[in-house]
Design a protein around this ligand. Sequence first.
Ligand SMILES: Cc1cc2ncn([C@H]3O[C@H](COP(=O)(O)O)[C@@H](O)[C@H]3O)c2cc1C
Ligand SMILES: O=C(O)c1cccnc1
Length: 353
Amino acid sequence: MNKLEQELSDRLSRIGPPDEQAVSRAAAYLDTLTKPPGSLGKLETLACRLAGITGELRPDLSRRAVVVMAGDHGVCAEGVSAFPQEVTPQMVMNFLAGGAAINVLARQAGAEVVCVDVGVAAELSHPRLVAAKVRPGTGNLAKEAAMTREEALQAVKAGIDVVDRLYGDGVRLFATGEMGIGNTTPSAAMLVALTGIGVEAAVGRGTGVDDAGLARKRDVVRRALDLHRPDASDPLGVVAAVGGLEIAGLMGVVLGAASRRCPVVIDGFISTVAALAAVRLCPQAASCLIASHRSQEHGHAAALEALGLSPMLELEMRLGEGTGAALAMHLIDAACRIMSEMATFAQAGVSKG
Ligand SMILES: Cc1cc2ncn([C@H]3O[C@H](COP(=O)(O)O)[C@@H](O)[C@H]3O)c2cc1C
Ligand SMILES: O=C(O)c1cccnc1
């Protein structure tokens, strides 16, 4: 085992199961509040999950960050996106200027946006950009490996490092976001490799490719899987062969947050595939995941199902960047406020049934 593998393995060994006692205490407390038992539905489930993750009934999740991992994709050469690759760095600059959808929705949710260059093809420099470029874009996965295993490990580490630094600053709630033109194609390839579902079920239109573009994407995914034959039991090998640098970075965000017992809100298709790969690497990490929404991207429902997650929102969104996750933070706030502000039957003098 080399140094990075050893470091990752040490980190994974720190990821534990949810605190079942805290879950039971939260569930019992919810039943003392002035409402029929269970009547707040998924908000109650969420309050219990937050207790299980953090070990606290009323965790302080006021410091929060959306980590937007950015990377480029060699597979864009196959014509798999409706947009050109230069949009990736352009959008990164938009994130840093505060003008993208994720900036708006994160501001509304009280979250900072932390943008990480883990593999943008162009050279970028900005005081607020986290510079962690592993390589300038992946290889074209239809013809060669997206990256080496060592590079995948470096990208995972970049995600863990960002979480560590933010945790040190007091951040206790994380969300996954990404930017990388072409990234629905490697995400679909990873989903097929990890779950065995059909290519048709995994590949969707991403930014909005037409029927010919969709057929090209499916063909590319088939060719890539034929070429690399990734092993589902080796998630690092899967992300290295047919994944993306920002996807590996998001695996690190999930694993880093789980190792700190912090909830991590999962956004759309790409983020969910990254979370699935992280959970395949470390099944215990599943307990820290909060699914935000179901995106319109064709394979997202299957990815959520593979994780056994039920999303809170269905807003017909298909953007990524962490936008659905930022919106779900409002529901996390709602669940926390229920636990701290609602009166009990005894306090309010309301008769229990
Ligand atoms: C302006 C713009 C902003 C975006 N923000 C996120 N994405 C989303 O679209 C890309 C994935 O779709 P595909 O695989 O079809 O390229 C990713 O960058 C994803 O984050 C965007 C896409 C565009 C064009
Ligand atoms: O579900 C997503 O996150 C998504 C869908 C399409 C394009 N980009 C992201």
